[in-house]
Design a protein around this ligand. Structure first.
Ligand SMILES: [Zn+2]
Ligand SMILES: [Zn+2]
Length: 400
């Protein structure tokens, strides 16, 4: 029918909006802890060819060295700017983003993600940042500006702001900055929030000011292999900035259909951990001030424990619009799935998203055998048994 609603054109795509750049093509460092081959071009290629991620947010596009690389890809025609925002590379669209650190007087640091619709807006933002940052070439740097002023600078350029990994113990709005976002940020100028590892949307339901915000789950990848370790399934008409914006606002049928992430228990900072003796403090002891094992006061607060201490609800209330958060054990965590078998799967099925979502267990079994295929099946359905992580160590798939 000619007059059919726009919704008939919606398709499913996978998005990871938090991927760092390690180096520029000229070899200059951007995220110092990121891998050397984590360049703008390689991220686009990895997302498009191996991961099957059609919307990838590259966080570090504010760096002038990265912008020189982007300009070259646009000039050569290898990539092109989309009218609706974003930069296309084959079937994948890159959203131009940046991660910043704010520090309000008397409070701890918090990371924020910002995105801009086009290259010109990002460059204009860099011109502002240069005056409010010590080294604009590097990733995740502190901005010397109030958080609310920063929000104005972002939205006045048509951008959006998304608090990053909101519960992680270091450098996040709830983990190290403030028990309420409203104390620091203008709640009107926030487009979504990003959960970090070690938290899920149910845990977010313990804080009522989060009810209005769409939740994103992203990888925060510092290497090519980690892209898509956590990701979002979107229902949009095409991968571009405007459609992404509509999805976050849940407009015209667009939205996030599912969040895929680690079971929080696998996250590095799920439980409180003692830096003195490496003891992970038990579920029952959340209020402890000192390690019950060695007496040290050097406790790293776990995400779950932190959320419980700042919650304004006893029981989580998850808004009806919120999509399911699907626990997914990344393929790299599956015991026995080494590089050779993984390569065979990619050879047979193209992309990781195909392996995770589109290929039947029987077809997987034909390539890697039924035992491993069953493990992947269990991982997809969140049925693998896990041991909790804490203090910077990932949890593990429990072997019985
Ligand atoms: Zn961060
Ligand atoms: Zn990051």
């Amino acid at each position: 029918m000619m007059s059919g609603s726009d919704n008939s054109k919606l398709t499913t795509c996978y998005a990871d909006l938090h991927v760092h750049i390690g180096r520029t093509n000229a070899g200059n460092p951007v995220k110092i802890s990121g891998s050397r081959n984590l360049t703008f071009g390689n991220i686009a290629k990895e997302a498009e060819e191996r991961k099957g991620i059609s919307l990838v947010g590259i966080i570090d596009c504010h760096s002038p060295g990265v912008q020189r690389d982007i300009a070259e890809y646009l000039q050569s025609g290898e990539m092109k700017e989309l009218q609706q925002g974003g930069i296309a590379y084959g079937g994948t669209t890159i959203l131009l983003g940046c991660e910043l650190e704010i520090r309000e007087p008397g409070l701890g640091p918090a990371h924020l993600l910002v995105f801009f619709p086009d290259f010109a807006a990002m460059k204009s933002f860099t011109a502002w940042l240069e005056k409010h940052m010590k080294n604009v070439n590097l990733s995740s740097q502190r901005v010397y500006s109030s958080a609310r002023n920063l929000q104005q600078e972002v939205y006045s350029r048509g951008g959006m702001l998304i608090p990053a990994h909101i519960f992680t113990p270091h450098r996040s709005i709830y983990g190290s900055c403030s028990p309420r976002m409203a104390d620091v940020l203008d709640l009107e100028l926030i487009s979504a929030v990003e959960l970090g590892l070690s938290a899920d949307s149910e845990m977010a339901g313990l804080i009522s000011e989060l009810d209005r915000y769409t939740i994103l789950t992203n990888s925060d990848a510092h290497s090519l292999g980690k892209i898509g370790r956590e990701y979002n399934e979107l229902s949009i008409a095409a991968p571009n900035y405007r459609e992404f914006e509509k999805a976050l606002k849940r407009e015209e049928g667009r939205g996030i259909v599912a969040n895929y992430g680690l079971n929080p228990r696998l996250g590095k900072y799920h439980r409180t951990f003692c830096a003195g003796c490496s003891y992970i403090i038990d579920e029952a002891d959340i209020a402890v001030e000192r390690c019950p094992y060695c007496g040290s006061a050097k406790l790293v607060r776990g995400v779950l424990d932190r959320i419980r201490s700042i919650a304004d609800r006893e029981d989580p209330a998850v808004p009806a619009y919120r999509p399911p958060y699907r626990y997914q054990v990344p393929l790299e965590f599956i015991p026995g799935l080494g590089p050779a078998k993984f390569a065979a799967l990619l050879q047979a099925f193209g992309t990781e998203m195909n392996i995770l979502h589109r290929v039947s267990e029987d077809d997987l079994a034909r390539v890697i055998g039924s035992e491993l295929a069953a493990q992947i099946g269990a991982a997809r359905e969140g049925r693998l048994a896990l041991k909790s992580g804490g203090g910077g160590t990932y949890g593990k798939v429990a072997k019985d």
